[in-house]
Design a protein around this ligand. Sequence first.
Ligand SMILES: [Zn+2]
Length: 251
Amino acid sequence: MDILLSFYLFVLGAVLGSFFNVVALRVPLRESIVRPPSRCPACGARLKGRDLIPIASWLASRGTCRHCGTRVSPLYPLGEAATGLLFAWAYATYGWRPETLIGCLLVSLCVIVTVSDIRYMLIPNRVLLVFAPILAIARLWAPHGPIWSHLLGAVVGGGLLLLVALLSKGGMGLGDVKLFALLGGIIGLPQIPVALVAACLAGTIVGLLLLATGRVKRKQPIPFGPFLAFGALLAYGYGTQWIAAYVSILS
Ligand SMILES: [Zn+2]
């Protein structure tokens, strides 16, 4: 693995991650993603070049606005760092191949829906509508397995979550169902149930931790999109090996 290329992908990811934060925070409010330029939500000061360096600006100002001192959410640098690290991870996992581009697109989708879902408890339709055709074309261009496994992945992913949504009577939104159908189409059939298991495990652990630390109350809904995204990325990177290991234990 080329260190320089990994570093380049990290920087590219962090810069794009900064844009993904804007997309994730503005699209649900039906605001433009290019205008107006970024401002401090508290004092309205326009952010300049030195305020817009991914991760570094937030660290340099110790997580506050340079003008009014209001706390800036750690969601911003976390989204940037996560995108950078996951771009580098996609390259480390798949090397210099078309699959890495699909991996980076998948990471991009996952970061945007995670930030939107944490902030607004919703997964924007418009983000899914932009990513779906791009990912479908990328998948046709560089299939991971047979095409039917991707089509079935979408059907099984969407179907499983639709079942959960119907059983939970509104506990899970249709945004989650659509997201998981799209994720299923990208990562394919044997992997998508693995993604759901990983998402449920992560959701349960984090939910219990939030409950134990008093960050959320009983019966308070927590967004499930971030866990679906997390599960899909894990299954995308390691699902094949996990399934092989599981089968070898059984046989
Ligand atoms: Zn300010």
